[in-house]
Design a protein around this ligand. Sequence first.
Ligand SMILES: Cc1ncc(COP(=O)(O)O)c(C=O)c1O
Length: 404
Amino acid sequence: MNDDPLLKYRSLFPILEKTTYLVSHSLGAMPRTVYDQMKAYADKWATRGVRAWSEGWWDAPLETGNLLAAIFDAPAGSVIMHQNVSVAESVIASALEFKAPRNKVVYTELNFPTVQYVWEAARRRGAETFSVKSRDGMTIELADMLAAIDERTLLVEISHVLYKSGFLMDAREIIKKARAVGAMVLLDCYQSTGTVPFSVRDLEVDIVVGGSVKWLCGGPGAGYLYVRPDLMQRFEPTVTGWAAHADPFAFETGAIRYAPDARRFLHGSPSVPALYAARAGYEIISEIGVRAIRARSEKLTEWFYDACIEAGFVPTSPRDVRRRGGTVTVSVDREGGPSSPLGLAVKTELERREIIVDFRPGAGIRVSPHFYNTQEELERFIRETQQILASGAWKQHAGKGVVH
Ligand SMILES: Cc1ncc(COP(=O)(O)O)c(C=O)c1O
């Protein structure tokens, strides 16, 4: 497994030279080519000045979106860049009318908190929210999800892969049920894009959001929004601005005339530097292909899952690889369980030893091998964790660990 052809990409990621980097569910490693992209951005500004807008900057949200569209099989012109998921979902929420009887928004309590805040805020505008509860704190039962979706449902908001546990939701079945009752589905693919292959066309999903910080290795400030082209015209966001106008440089006064394509979801001037940086990661992911990344991820995580059990740890992610994204969560405290603060102390000592993972109460330590990681690095995580537990080296960090 240490001679996998994908390992030739390791040299593109500077941090891997000295660090065992297993935290791509949080912040993917920076590709070396980000330096070139940032220089290209600065050179353009320095030499072209205001002409930069018409020479690529203004179109960057759509052009960058097209690179992502190719990754998840969306048609060109259907993906637009935003700063982050929270903004992208707020733009969608602003376009919805929450009129009874179809004013229900279904989400799950294991969604990333930021999106729960967005939809709870929509209650003030007439939305009735329904949060599907988890039975075990790590997964959502499909039956519970399907039962919550009914004729009163306007929108279903789900994470494709749950951030806390790595649980992979059955998006296809949920979309099928939503369609049958006339509801839309908004799929948050932040934890799947770049590690779990999917096609928006094949899934027939209505709306997709995500960001670039994690598996896409694209850095912060590059969130994305896909809306099914045949649905787009129905959305007239009230969170809007001149970049969403059909002809922004006509400087028309009064009410907006929305752009016919995904630009209609924009607001003001784009965050250009973030979009330059993000392209470096997208290019590498596209070149490798998410299918190949997933195949490697399955091999590494399957091996790791069993190796953790053998080492005396307790994996808390689903056992079945088909129900897991790229992350395996593991409790290193057999008695205390996955919420034990011992996990945070161990993670902190690992970090001091240049092994980067993170910790979430309820799940334990999150470990995420990406295409650039080796089995040897996972072995190192296990070996050092055992040593930290046996030697008591974690005690110096007890009650002091930093969550990020
Ligand atoms: C599934 C998921 N959605 C959303 C976010 C973050 O949202 P935002 O882009 O608004 O920071 C994260 C993690 O940071 C996440 O894991």
